[in-house]
Design a protein around this ligand. Structure first.
Ligand code: MF3
Ligand code: CO
Length: 287
């Protein structure tokens, strides 16, 4: 991290000299940096007002996921799910973050069976035994929130249901690792360890991300183990944890549409996602 001189203007934009502003607070961070932690860009730390904005956005995301859960069943098409999400979002005075994001054509991602993520809603009806991830991201008053759940359509095979449950458990195991002045790497270590014990693999090419004022911010969140110290977790950081767990190999392929990511070996994949806040005492799930 940059270490301004005592008499420089503070990095926070207060207009005060560094020594009169964040210098003492930052000295604690230098100690972590010397231990090998990566200190995140401090401008990702959210103010209480911003956190409230993200929480309100998350409330809509959560309501949308509840609504989808009530209606989803055999025969529904993913385009119908897209319509439900779009209507509910607009009615709430919000914006669906995926729509037109990097050219994404719909308001929600729907990822069925071997689709890992970023599935595009279409007219294919859901079949008995499908497992589907519905990934909802909402912008309300400029604040972003992001969460996803799996739904089992009708009755699925035992192995499919087990994978869905394991992916959910993996998410909570990851969230449990989050604490102020902790190491972001511990999230991926815990998730990969849990999944490998069950014989599943963890997707490596895609991860979670900081969120709040933009859809994707720093830091990138790996769901697998990396050696050495990672990003230092600080109160006010908001990011997603969204492990993608495969029954077979972790390897991914992106389809011709440039969005849909599938498992290379055709095995099933499952994912759950929350947006979380690092608090002074631990962690809070915002949505
Ligand atoms: N919701 C996804 C995530 O978790 C991002 C989807 S980008 C989109 O990061 F354009 F496909 F919507
Ligand atoms: Co996300």
């Amino acid at each position: 991290m940059k270490r301004p001189s005592r008499n420089d203007l503070c990095w926070c934009g207060s207009g005060k000299k560094y020594k009169k502003c964040h210098m003492e607070e930052d000295k604690k961070l230098y100690v972590y940096e010397e231990q090998g932690f990566i200190i995140p860009n401090l401008n990702i730390i959210k103010t209480p007002e911003q956190i409230e904005g993200i929480r309100k956005s998350g409330k809509i995301t959560n309501e949308i996921l509840d609504m989808v859960g009530e209606r989803i069943k055999v025969g529904v098409t993913t385009n119908e799910i897209d319509d439900w999400v779009s209507e509910y979002t607009i009615k709430s005075g919000a914006i669906a973050a995926p729509l037109n994001y990097g050219g994404f054509p719909k308001s929600v991602c729907t990822s069925i069976n071997d689709v890992i993520c970023h599935g595009i809603p279409e007219d294919r009806p859901l079949k008995n035994g499908d497992i589907i991830n519905v990934d909802v991201s909402t912008i309300l008053n400029g604040y972003y929130s992001d969460a996803s759940r799996m739904f089992v359509v009708g009755e699925a095979s035992e192995n499919a249901v087990k994978l869905v449950e394991a992916a959910k458990e993996a998410l909570y195991i990851g969230i449990n690792e989050v604490k102020p002045y902790g190491d972001l790497n511990s999230v991926g270590i815990a998730i990969e360890n849990y999944c490998n014990k069950l014989g599943y693999s963890v997707v490596r090419d895609l991860g979670g991300h900081g969120i709040g004022l933009k859809f994707h911010e720093e830091p990138h969140v790996d769901h697998f183990a990396r050696s050495g110290k990672g990003v230092l977790l600080l109160p006010g950081m908001v990011f997603t944890i969204e492990p993608m767990i495969n029954e077979g190999s972790y390897k991914c392929v992106t389809l011709e549409d440039d969005w849909t990511v599938v498992t290379k070996d055709g095995s099933l994949s499952a994912q759950w996602e929350h947006t979380i806040l690092v608090t002074e005492s631990g962690v809070e799930i915002l949505v």
